[in-house]
Design a protein around this ligand. Sequence first.
Ligand code: ZN
Length: 338
Amino acid sequence: MTDAPASDQLVTALGPVTPAELGRTNCHEHLFQRSPLLPDDTLDDPVRSASELADLGGSGFESMVDATPIGLGRRPADLAAASRQAGVHVVATTGRHRDAHYTDQPWVLALDEDRLTQIMINDVQRGLAVDDTQHRERPVDQVDLAMGPGGLPVRASVLKVGLDYWEITAVERTTVAAITRVHAATGAAVLVHTEFATAAHEVLDLLAADGVAESRVVIAHADRNPDLGLHAELAARGAFLGHDGAGRAKDQPDQVLIDLAAALVDRGHGDRILLGADVARARRYRSYGGLPGLAHLGQRFLPRLRERIGADAVETILVANPAHWLVDHGTQRRETSA
Ligand SMILES: [Zn+2]
């Protein structure tokens, strides 16, 4: 693919880095987000969000994936500025979440496969618009691009689709179809938001049928259904498992996630786990006055995980796995499917 980026680099909000520069990576958080599903939890304060990112860095992470897709308050210029200020690499996302997030923005749901493909390719190759609502009115090559503090446009390197509970709606299928085209053109990694890991096999089937290898896809929120058999099956297919629910005590104790990770490591699937915490709510960010904050994962969860599975296995999960998911290594597809 002539359009494909250099296979050994990843474009962050501040520009290209090598996989080695990524270091320890939190694979699912949101610095900025606005959704009708979370009306009292908007993340939209550049100062507070940059401060929270600095907390994440202080808890032992060098990089973070911001998983906010089109239309949900991405604030790309502020994202890049926060990255510069906190000294943490941030990888931006494009794509479309599940239908329920767009009840107040029907124009996003109305984007057809061609239009969504154009916008996502623009986000990956040229840069994000200063505000996604510009895509309502303007052709993709006429939006104003958000600029980072270094003077470069802010580009995305992750393609996201959100799915419903045991359902892939017509709009969500359109997103999957657009993602397969953008992945073919750019080699960007794919993130699938699932509701409790339902429809995970089905979406992997859809993606694989159009040439997206499982080894470039993460099933986000897989740990909301801590079913070892399912996780082992998905890992055996080559997919990455998003274990991104630490700190959600109302859903399950962190011990469940630690036990699950340990069992997967025992079965030889430690190379398929990606960690994050998807805190994602103002009331859960310290800088916005809440708890436990983005540092919970590094400060409270990781020491327990290290004690259980060992420091080397945790390092693989934090460093090697994110680089394999995010970066188009070229040979990885063959290695994984061999
Ligand atoms: Zn999320």
